[in-house]
Design a protein around this ligand. Sequence first.
Ligand code: FES
Length: 206
Amino acid sequence: MIQVRDVAHMSEDSLEASKAETEANLSDGSTGVAEEERRDFLVGVSAVAAGMLAMLVPIGAAGVALLDPLRRKQVSSEMVLVARTSAIPEDGSPRKFTVTVDRTDAWAAYDDSPAGAVYLRRSGDEVRALNVVCPHAGCFVGVAKDNSRFSCPCHLSSFDLDGAVDDPASPSPRDMDTLDVEVRNGDEVWVRFQNFLPGRAEKTPV
Ligand code: FES
């Protein structure tokens, strides 16, 4: 409501009081405008931040899915062709073969990707396979120079040629890990390759 004052008939004190009141009103008005502008600015900033966050969440989730090795597809437990029987010594000595598999992960598909290695031994028509990884702590088990046993160079676990622990002082908590084998088409040696967790008494597939 607009008030019209008759300043011509106001006393000097009244004029001073009126002036002070007018200045106070002007001051309050400018403060209110500034406060309103500040509020509008904060609302705008919050909206932009929320929009950016909404964009970043799916990007971050995709990054985790692509980079996290645990989300990559594991090596298949299907049989893989590893060798021909003719490549395995007839005298029962172990021979090491690399195992390659076709696999996929979040990035791409890989053909003939190295997955590990096995020792193959022949006993007549029978072929046996052992994973070369030591069940103690995951080193690669070697073969003694005389081919009489397996020995791990890391902490000296010792195994016979069937993979059984043959020294009570061996730190390995279990025998070497045996793998399923099939001889197909006369001479193809197919192995169900699998890795197992080290440091456990039982075979736990990775
Ligand atoms: S890793 Fe083979 S004995 Fe320790």
